[in-house]
Write a protein that binds this ligand. Sequence first.
Ligand SMILES: [Zn+2]
Length: 112
Amino acid sequence: MAGGNAIRGSRVGAGPMGEDERGESAPRVRVSFWCANHHEIRPSFATDAPVPDSWDCPRCGWPAGTDKANPPAPPRTEPYKTHLAYVRERRNDTEGEAILAEALEKLRGARR
Ligand SMILES: [Zn+2]
């Protein structure tokens, strides 16, 4: 498709009859998001597009959610992780999986 309608407001590529104008009238819905700093962000979405669960607040960079009373928790500012920290994390994950597998095994055994 040879289009110029990707650039909003641009006349470049619009047909002589202004065909591209019709694309602009697609129904849109505004959704409010709130971040933990009580900033309200109201991006608009095409009505047939899925609305995301969270939206990055352009004012503070924190995640914002659609539930005003329960905004997403601000991201933790974690210090730079060392290689050792990554190794430890991975080992914990492996242990967690082992524990989970064991628990599932017990559950299956109990059902019999
Ligand atoms: Zn904010």
